[in-house]
Design a binder for this molecule. Structure first.
Ligand SMILES: *[C@@H]1O[C@H](CO)[C@@H](O)[C@H](O)[C@H]1NC(C)=O
Ligand SMILES: *[C@@H]1O[C@H](CO)[C@@H](O)[C@H](O)[C@H]1NC(C)=O
Length: 477
């Protein structure tokens, strides 16, 4: 062996690491074999060689220590992440899709490069420069996994290599493990795993300190919310879950700078706002977004580190294990045919639009999503008629379907009523678009409808305000 030079590049360092160190550290069953296989002279070199190779670095100074990040990580076997890592190392392009609510959407912070998704993009582009990488943000404020569940094909599209899923603060907090809320999350996860390009999945679980109460605690109850079920699903499907609460709970509880929860930064000013994790009751401040970004990057850093090593993960191949397992929640109707008509697709569900016109709020915006297309009414009495399928397609299944009518909610918008008029039946529901705050969110009207391949739904505008705008319809089971 030649004398070593100090490695100049991280991948040279990784190569050295893989020869000398990783097999011993990461592969415990083969550690003793490797140890006995090493010649005495090599062992001496290994001891003498003190440059500790560096994993890929973040393009900012991290707030989390490695220890905290690792506390927050349920990595799993990393099978699909390995493929992402190998592409990155080979300078191939990757496509990343973000599914989630307003934290994923974070339009204002995104423009400044301060949202977790913008920071993640910055990390990939800095560490693995290639102009061809694609990042698609499908975050929708106030959405939940319920109506995303049917729309994975539309939202993820082709060729995704990596999909982030961020619904831990959007999905109903206190739903039972077998409820439609948790079942739809599992349905969504199964749909992402079934996408033809076999993307790696990272559940990015944010935590709302202030809404987590119970058992005598007025805030900061660790086990509150849907995350425990998400962790069960992560283990069941062998996907990676990253947890804000697992990484940062103790730091929040002790009000350590950067993680402080004794104040929210909304409306606050001054330098010290960077010490606080939350903007409001739920949303992270720019500091909180940086922490989420560090959680988002960590599995990639680990996967690249492993991929560049000689680590070989033994895997069982058995055709009985090739497909997805049965649903974790046994009452989930996994074989159901979901119905999704959102974004460009919404038109196909509309069979009548008296007083409604198909229009965009901001036709100049760069993406279809941010142009906000939909059917807008400007007069009371306008009627939008939808024809959808609420049939699960499963023989003998007669349980009702869950229908989600998507509409905008904003300052001074109007109201309507929603009813099933033929083919199916449902309890009529109110559509209320009025929001007290001056911004737009997506909202849904939920209906439980009987099954029908031709279920006609009528939306009647009862008070107009500035307008009523309907943007999509989805069905799940
Ligand atoms: C990576 O690929 C891109 C385009 O495919 C190319 O422009 C760039 O030079 C490559 N970088 C390296 C380090 O090979
Ligand atoms: C309603 O949709 C179903 C498919 O779900 C289709 O077969 C039927 O022709 C549609 N009816 C109308 C009036 O568009």
């Amino acid at each position: 062996m030649r004398a070593f030079e100090k490695p100049k590049k991280w991948w040279q360092a990784l190569a050295l690491l893989s020869v000398l160190w990783l097999p011993l550290r990461l592969c415990s069953p083969c550690a003793s074999a490797a140890r006995s296989g090493l010649h005495t002279r090599d062992r001496a070199l290994q001891q003498q060689f003190t440059v500790v190779p560096e994993p890929v670095k973040l393009p900012w100074t991290p707030l989390f220590t490695d220890e905290e990040i690792w506390r927050g990580m349920l990595y799993g076997s990393g099978l699909r992440l390995q493929r992402v890592a190998q592409k990155l190392i080979a300078n191939e392009t990757i496509k990343v899709v973000f599914l989630g609510g307003s934290i994923t959407n974070s339009a204002d912070l995104e423009r400044l490069g301060l949202s977790f998704s913008a920071r993640f993009e910055n990390f990939i582009r800095t560490a693995f420069p290639n102009r061809g990488h694609v990042f698609v943000d499908q975050g929708v404020p106030k959405s939940n996994s319920g109506w995303f569940a049917s729309c994975v094909d539309t939202l993820v599209g082709d060729n995704a290599d990596l999909v982030f899923v961020e619904f831990a603060v959007n999905d109903q907090r206190d739903a039972a493990e077998t409820s439609i809320q948790r079942r739809s999350y599992e349905f969504m996860l199964r749909s992402v795993l079934r996408v033809a390009s076999q993307p790696a999945v990272i559940l990015l679980n944010h935590y709302s300190w202030f809404l987590s109460k119970g058992d005598g605690r007025r805030e900061g109850l660790f086990f509150s919310g849907p995350e425990s079920t998400f962790n069960d699903l992560a283990q069941y499907y062998d996907v990676t879950a990253m947890s804000m609460r697992a990484a940062a709970w103790r730091l929040m509880d002790e009000n350590i700078d950067g993680f402080r929860v004794d104040k929210q930064t909304r409306g606050a000013s001054g330098k010290s706002t960077k010490d606080y994790l939350y903007f409001d009751l739920v949303h992270p401040s720019p500091t909180g977004h940086q922490l989420l970004a560090e959680l988002a990057c960590a599995p990639i850093i680990r996967a690249v580190w492993e991929a560049a090593s000689t680590l070989v993960i033994t895997r069982r191949t058995d055709r009985r294990l090739a497909d997805l397992p049965p649903p974790m929640i046994p009452t989930l109707r996994a074989a159901a045919t979901p119905f999704c008509a959102i974004q460009q697709d919404f038109k196909r569900a509309v069979v009548g639009a008296a007083g409604f016109t198909y229009s965009a709020d901001d036709p100049q915006a760069p993406t279809f999503k941010t142009q906000y297309w939909g059917y807008a009414a400007t007069a009371e009495g306008s009627i939008l008629s939808l024809n959808i399928s609420t049939a699960s397609g499963i023989a003998g299944d007669t349980r009702p379907a869950q229908v989600f009518i998507l509409h905008q909610k904003a300052l001074n918008l109007g109201t309507g009523s929603v009813s099933c008029v033929s083919g199916c039946s449902c309890q009529p529901a109110q559509l209320d678009s009025a929001l007290r705050a001056n911004y737009y969110v997506a909202n849904v009207v939920e209906l439980k409808a009987t099954q029908s391949t031709s279920c006609r739904i009528r939306i009647l505008v009862t008070s107009i305000g500035k307008k009523v705008k309907v943007t999509g319809v989805t069905v799940n089971f």
